[in-house]
Design a protein around this ligand. Structure first.
Ligand code: 5GP
Length: 177
């Protein structure tokens, strides 16, 4: 709770990016303040310990989930599971598809990265329509794992991405109307 205004102060609003009419929330200014990034990852790890409980791994979504996921995993002393776009991870993979604004996208994890019964803490930077996080949750469930919690720094509330995740406990640090 104490960290929220500090994080909020580092989020930049960029109008008309990546195209006209979209109000992009840029989290990159946060990384000009390494101490705050570290504080944030420690706070997230404490939150996992106290409210989620035991987790077997932390999964993060390409690309901005990779900015936080490994740091939280290191804090917790558990493996980090990268979730990437199809075709990026070598070896055997498990895939899940989701609808994007234009057409379909596919995300993947490496086979064996999530084991049957694993409890996974899922992290990304932002929840918009919820398609990305839904696909990630499907992927973890397909591998036999359970999403202990999905966590995003920012929720764009009017897009109601939350509705796509009725079976997942979802925590957001900052919500924009
Ligand atoms: P969704 O699938 O929920 O519609 O979109 C969420 C995904 O798109 C996330 O992986 C997130 O990184 C990216 N995204 C969409 N809009 C924004 C935005 O305004 N700011 C940032 N930082 N990421 C966004």
């Amino acid at each position: 709770d104490q960290i929220r205004p500090k994080i909020e102060a580092h989020i930049r609003e960029v109008k008309d990016f990546p195209k006209k009419g979209i109000n992009f929330r840029d989290i990159m200014p946060l990384f000009t303040n390494p101490q705050l990034v570290n504080e944030l990852c420690v706070v997230i790890a404490d939150h996992v310990r106290h409210t989620v409980g035991h987790v077997d791994s932390v999964a993060g979504l390409e690309a901005r989930g990779f900015l936080f996921g490994p740091q939280v995993a290191i804090q917790l002393g558990v493996p980090f599971v990268p979730i990437r776009k199809k075709g990026k991870l070598p070896g055997a993979t498990i895939e899940a598809s989701y609808q994007k604004e234009y057409g379909e996208d596919i995300v993947a994890i490496q086979e064996g990265a999530v084991k049957s019964g694993d409890i996974v803490f899922l992290i990304d930077d932002l929840l918009a329509t919820g398609g990305t996080l839904r696909a990630a949750a499907n992927l973890i469930q397909k591998a036999g794992g359970k999403v202990g919690e999905a966590f995003v720094l920012i929720e764009l509330a009017p897009l109601n991405g939350r509705a796509k995740l009725p079976d997942v406990k979802l925590t957001t640090l900052i919500s924009y109307d």
